[in-house]
Design a protein around this ligand. Structure first.
Ligand SMILES: Cc1cc2nc3c(=O)[nH]c(=O)nc-3n(C[C@H](O)[C@H](O)[C@H](O)COP(=O)(O)O)c2cc1C
Length: 316
């Protein structure tokens, strides 16, 4: 009977459900009618079935619980942990490598006023943007990587708290200006930057070295290759990790859904910047959050990966 209950996470035909060895069909029917009366089950028609069958249990629960309409829980910017737990700082402290040393690489900063005056037109960028999964003969350069990160993800200013949480300002929008997304770079090949894993410090526009190229970094790159369906490792894999509690401190019921929206916002910003810079960009749908956490030395529940973006030089 317990196994049959598990099956009810997906729509089922009642004729199959009532066939349980050792239990009469009448008893099973009475049990399910009890669940129906208690509104723990719902009846769907054959046509509704096609719709419902394609919902996975966790997706539907997430959808209904992180939007208004199907529950009475508090939702939105309620600051559920105010006066209970201090909020995380707006900027994550610089990361050290596994020996405890902070090794930072200062990145190139582009001339933004010059770009504003003479960059390629916005509509050209929008219309030319596409996913590219193959790269040019030469690796992306440290200068290009610096410009790319500066234009898409640097911290422009630290803002005094408008609400109760310290905020910042960046090129892409973010709910509550929380900016919980952290960028990690698994560098396969880049001119003047050694292969390995780095954390991007958005305040000082630096890459902080976490690890040399090792088996975990290799596995992160290979996972991305698998998702792209191509046969060339990305030159640089940008991993988007979330400091979850930055958002959970501020928002109730919808923190994780907001974080995933931020991933989309940042993907598009990175796509557009890469296109304007004639680089090869491609967002990815899945990555291994556990592998990331062990590679970077983060706590899975405090900060783990929620998105991946491949970047490299563009072929002719
Ligand atoms: C959220 C998201 C997930 C994606 N996941 C993958 C992926 O796992 N592998 C891949 O090769 N492309 C992935 N892409 C790229 C899409 O396949 C691509 O955007 C789509 O086919 C449209 O093509 P275009 O970007 O060239 O316009 C993803 C894009 C987004 C925005």
């Amino acid at each position: 009977m317990a196994a049959r209950l598990g099956e009810l996470a997906q729509p089922q035909d009642c004729t199959t459900l009532t066939k349980i060895p050792g239990i009469s069909a009448d008893t099973v029917r009475s049990f399910f009618s009890l669940l129906l009366t208690a509104k723990m089950l719902d009846v769907t028609s054959a046509t509704e079935n096609d719709t419902m069958t394609q919902w996975e249990f966790h997706d539907l629960l997430f959808h209904s619980r992180s939007r208004m309409g199907r529950h009475d829980y508090p939702l939105g910017k309620t600051h559920p942990f105010l006066d209970k737990i201090p909020p995380l700082p707006a900027v994550k402290a610089k990361m050290s490598d596994f020996s405890g040393t902070v090794r930072a690489i200062y990145l190139y900063k582009p001339d933004i006023p010059k770009l504003k005056a003479g960059d390629v037109p916005f509509t050209w960028v929008l219309e030319e943007r596409k996913s590219i999964r193959n790269y040019g003969g030469n690796p992306i350069t440290d200068k290009q990587l610096g410009e790319f990160l500066y234009r898409s993800a640097r911290m422009r200013a630290l803002r005094p708290s408008m609400t109760m949480i310290e905020c910042s300002n960046r090129p892409y929008p973010g709910g509550g200006a929380c900016y919980e997304l952290e960028l990690y770079l698994a560098v396969n090949t880049c001119d003047n930057i050694d292969s390995g894993l780095y954390h991007y410090c958005p305040q000082d526009h630096q890459l902080c070295h976490i690890a040399d190229r090792n088996r975990k970094v290799e596995a992160l790159l290979k996972n991305a290759l698998g998702s792209s369906g191509e046969d060339e490792l990305p030159q640089v894999l940008i991993i988007l990790a979330a400091r979850f509690q930055r958002v959970a401190w501020d928002y109730q019921s919808m923190a994780y859904s907001i974080i995933l929206k931020h991933v989309g916002v940042l993907y598009q910003t990175m796509y557009l910047v890469a296109t304007a810079m004639d680089l090869a960009p491609c967002g990815l749908g899945a990555g291994n959050a556990d592998l990331f956490a062990t590679a970077a030395g983060t706590d899975y529940y405090a900060e783990s990966s929620v998105g991946e973006f491949m970047l490299g030089s563009k072929g002719k």
